[in-house]
Each structure stands twice: as C-alpha cells, then as structure tokens.
Design a protein around this ligand. Structure first.
Ligand SMILES: Nc1ncnc2c1ncn2[C@@H]1O[C@H](COP(=O)(O)OP(=O)(O)O)[C@@H](O)[C@H]1O
Ligand SMILES: O=P(O)(O)OC[C@H]1O[C@](O)(COP(=O)(O)O)[C@@H](O)[C@@H]1O
Ligand SMILES: [Mg+2]
Length: 321
C-alpha cells in the first residue's frame, strides 16, 4: 500500500510545474497518501529539505509559473555518494515512492533513483521540448506562446522602421521553439540546430525577401548556434542594412501557464500517482498522438536523448517560407 510519496521539481523551471504539483497532491490526498514536497530539486533531497504539502496548500497554484517547490541543477546528485545520501534521506522518512518533474537530465536522475530501489515515475517538464519519446513536455506550449507574442511586439518596431531583427530563442540543442514559432506564422527566416543556415545562406534568404519588398524581416535562431554580434555585423556589412538583435532569454521561462500546459500537467500528475499506487516504477509519462503513454525510463534514455528533427514540420516550412 502506498502511504507516502515525495515530489521533486528539477532542472530549469517550466510553466505548468505547479499545475502538476497540484494534481499530484490532490490525487494523492484523495487516496489518503501523504505528499512530501522536496525543496530545490535533487540538491534539496540530499540536504533533507522535505515537508508535507496538503491539498489546501496547492488549491490556488495552477495558474502560477515557476515551481513552488523551487528547483536546482545539482552537481552533488551526479555522484554516487550524493545519490546514496538522497536515498538515505528518503528512507529516514519512510518514503519509497518519488515523482520527478523535469527535463532530460532530471529523468536520468530519476532512473538512477529507480536503480537504487526507489519507486520512481518521471513527468517531462521543460520548455525545450527536447525529449524525443513525448510529443510535448510541460511548459513548451506556454513558452511558445510567449515567444510568439514577443515577436509580435518586435514586429511592430521592425515594420515601423523597416528594420531587420535577429531574435534568439531558447531550446538548448533542440530547435522546436524556433521551428514551431515559424510554423505558427512568426519569423521570416529560421535557423535551428536541425536546419542550420550559414551566414551566407541567411543573407541569401534575406536578399530574396528584400527583393520582394519586405524590409522588416525577423530572423529566429536557436540559442548557442552563433555569435550573435558576429552574425549581426556580417548581415549589416553584406547587405548594407541596419540590423538589431534581441535575445528573449528568461522572459521565455516564466509566466502563467497556458491552458494546454495546465491540462497536460494535470493529466500527467494524476497518472503518476495512479502508476505508483499500482506499484509501477522506472517509467516516464509522455503524450503521443494525444494519448498519455508510459515509457520505460531505461529504454527511453538508451534509445536517444536528443529530440529527432520534426521532419514533417521542417518540410512544411521549407515549402511555405
Ligand atoms: N546522468 C545523470 N545522473 C544523475 N543525475 C543527473 C544526471 N543528469 C542530470 N542529473 C540531475 O538532474 C539535474 C537537472 O538536469 P538538467 O539537465 O540540468 O535539467 P533538465 O532536467 O531540466 O533537463 C542535474 O542538475 C542533476 O542533478
Ligand atoms: O537557467 P540556466 O541554468 O542558465 O539554463 C538555461 C537553459 O535552461 C533552459 O531554459 C531550460 O532547460 P532545461 O529544461 O533542460 O533545464 C534552456 O532553454 C536553456 O538553455
Ligand atoms: Mg534539459
């Protein structure tokens, strides 16, 4: 019988993590299961920062960005000794079941806990959408909407001044944020890790747009691909135009979660509790073709951790912009 479960948010915060926490606490409490919130990700687990959270504590958090539990990137948890300490802390509380909400690294950590005899279910929470086993991770949709509305504002200035703007979005090594932005109709030229354009190719595309009367182009690029100062200077010199650069940065990670993320978080949170009640462990919950799926963590991590390029979308894009 499941009596106690710990919940951890880990890695970069993502909008919808709170909605997932709320769903977990409400579903668990409904079945008389006590929930321990771990403060500050795996680091908080190692440092014994656990406290009971109850339904009244979470009733009003579904619309809040970030995570009420706080999060971290924990170096100590990367070591065997740190993980053993974490397991020791859980045992001292009599906790054998854990739900981890986080990205790829966090799910690696979840698998390690599973291997150490803790029952674990992972929930994908990252704005990057860089997990290949699931169509969507919690937070991606909200961030995509933030990117779209930010570009809308930048476009007002671009249109008013006939100016070209480079906009850098997050995503780590995954181009989904840039890619979906373009498919949603913003961004005139995109470059992602999966479809990387050279400086020269960007200028060629820009020339084509300018020759068709567009002087207010927006170039959307995924972070970590270019030295943006160099790219801006190259375009300015090559094309003899003025260019501005905006790095959207942490504007993208916070904010009120979208309905999509809140609903996804709710479904996944409830499912995680149900799976633990059935004694399951070592799985990540995902969504494929609009159906929740259970993916064996070890298999998922072995198969491929990088998101595979979304060729359907790329193909559509190549033929439309
Ligand atoms: N291979 C691993 N083994 C154990 N823990 C890991 C591993 N990779 C990451 N983690 C833990 O998960 C945390 C979050 O991972 P990170 O990749 O930074 O973010 P995210 O989970 O959001 O992708 C790390 O700081 C570390 O504590
Ligand atoms: O917040 P940090 O540590 O500077 O990390 C920035 C990175 O975190 C993210 O915002 C989210 O990544 P994760 O979900 O993998 O933690 C990435 O898009 C970005 O590259
Ligand atoms: Mg990640």
């Amino acid at each position: 019988m499941l009596h106690k479960v710990a919940v951890i948010t880990s890695g970069g915060d993502s909008p919808g993590m709170n909605a997932a926490i709320r769903a977990i606490v409400k579903a668990a409490n409904y079945h008389d299961i006590e929930v321990y919130g771990v403060e500050g990700g795996y680091q908080g687990l190692i440092e014994d920062k656990l406290s009971i959270i109850r339904t009244p504590d979470v009733e009003t958090i579904a619309n809040k960005g970030g995570t009420i539990l706080k999060t971290s990137r924990s170096l100590a948890f990367m070591d065997d000794s740190g993980r053993k300490q974490a397991v020791e802390v859980l045992r001292n509380y009599g906790i054998a079941d854990v739900i981890v909400i986080g990205g790829e690294g966090s799910l690696q950590g979840a698998q390690k806990l599973h291997e150490l005899g803790i029952r674990v279910i992972g929930i994908p929470g990252t704005i990057d959408n860089d997990l290949d086993y699931t169509d969507y991770s919690i937070g991606f949709d909200t961030t995509l909407n933030t990117v779209l509305s930010s570009i809308g504002r930048i476009k007002d200035t671009g249109l008013s001044h006939n100016k070209t703007t480079i906009v850098e979005v997050m995503g780590r090594h995954c181009g989904d944020l840039a890619l979906f932005t373009a498919v949603a109709g913003e961004g005139d030229i995109i470059s992602t890790p999966e479809l990387k354009l050279s400086f020269e190719q960007i200028c060629e595309k820009l020339q084509d747009k300018i020759s068709k009367g567009r002087n207010d182009n927006i170039i959307v690029v995924t972070e970590r691909m270019y030295d943006l100062d160099e790219l801006q200077r190259f375009i300015e010199e090559e094309m003899n135009i003025e260019v501005r650069t905006t790095v959207l940065g942490f504007i993208q990670r916070g904010g009120e979660p979208s309905a999509f993320d809140r609903i996804l978080a709710n479904k996944m949170g409830v499912k995680a509790v149900n799976m633990l009640m059935e004694g399951q462990s070592g799985y990540a919950i995902g969504i494929k073709a609009n159906q929740l799926i259970e993916k064996d963590l070890r298999t998922m991590l072995d198969e491929k951790t990088d998101k595979q390029p979304n060729y359907d979308l790329l193909d559509m894009l190549l033929h439309t912009i």
